[in-house]
Ligand binder design. Structure first.
Ligand code: AMP
Length: 283
């Protein structure tokens, strides 16, 4: 496994791979790798010849006052687990290389990005769309892998790829969870033991929502209330949102029908976690 730390060397490597006719699978990450990230690598290994993973804590997707500076970073550990999982190349560019002085271009996807996390993080998705576009242009992958954990992000990327005629297949992979059901996230390391125990309620509440829907509940308001009531039993929890949305445009639903997502963002102490589940209901 190689680690390549600048864009021009990455481009040279990609040119070589393409000349050899190798297909490239790409897994973009912010590092501090866990099983969720590695599940994307394993999927990429199955379908493509060369697996490139980027590790870049992208400053422009953090809102002012968010955790850009504190975001956990550990390249040595990441290199070890990435190598074991079968990554061929880690792309680890510097901020100066990605956004040199005078950088002025941003990508905005106008659908899918205003509701849910877009409400409290108005610049986040444009920051993600911009960095992902740059990474796609550098790495020129055939297939890219995103996690359903960040459902809104993954759907936005699909939309961007379609709208901008990027010749890339976007694969959305299932959420990987810990033994207590907590969705794996680099940010889980911020949680105290008590907050971590409390945060297990997120998956339980989503499971409960699934059961209610499977048993015939179609009133989105009732589902939301049931999920909120469960989360509120945990002392360290502060709900940002719990929503029932369609999975096409992520718009709020009143009556559940077709493919829907129950999505939530909840603080435990000062750590903001997101999670979701998708369910299809016959119309
Ligand atoms: P991040 O490093 O948090 O930006 O995540 C990089 C990629 O890994 C994104 O596509 C995430 O959706 C995905 N990912 C993060 N956590 C998980 C998880 N628990 N299960 C599956 N994919 C995940």
């Amino acid at each position: 496994m190689k680690t390549i730390e600048n864009i021009s060397r990455m481009s040279t490597f990609i040119k070589m791979m393409r000349k050899e006719g190798k297909s490239i699978g790409f897994v973009p990450t912010m590092g501090y790798l866990h099983e969720g990230h590695l599940s994307l690598v394993r999927a990429a290994k199955k379908h493509t010849d060369v697996v490139v993973m980027s590790i870049f804590v992208n400053p422009i997707q953090f809102e002012p006052g968010e955790d850009f500076k504190e975001y956990p970073r550990d390249l040595k550990h990441d290199e070890e687990v990435a190598r074991e999982a079968g990554v061929d190349v880690i792309f680890y560019p510097s901020t100066e290389d990605m956004y040199p002085n005078g950088y002025a271009t941003h990508v905005i996807v106008k659908e899918l990005t205003c509701n849910l996390c877009g409400e409290s993080r108005p610049d986040h998705f444009s920051g993600v769309a911009t960095v992902v576009t740059k990474l796609f242009n550098i790495i020129k992958p055939e297939v890219v892998y995103f996690g359903q954990k960040d459902l809104q992000q993954a759907l936005m990327i699909k939309k961007m790829v379609a709208d901008l005629n990027m010749d890339i297949y976007v694969k959305i992979m299932p959420i990987v969870r810990g033994p207590d059901g907590l969705a794996m996230s680099s940010r889980n390391m911020y949680l105290s033991d008590g907050e971590k125990n409390d945060a297990a309620i997120l998956h339980k509440s989503l499971k409960h929502a699934e059961i209610l829907i499977k048993n015939g509940e179609r009133d989105a308001g009732k589902i939301i209330k049931a999920v909120e009531d469960m989360i509120k039993t945990k002392q360290s929890a502060r709900i940002e949102y719990v929503r029932v949305v369609d999975t096409k445009k992520l718009e709020d639903m009143k009556t559940i029908s077709g493919p829907v997502a129950v999505a939530l963002a909840v603080f435990f102490g000062s750590t903001r976690l997101i999670d979701n589940t998708t369910i299809t209901v016959d119309k």
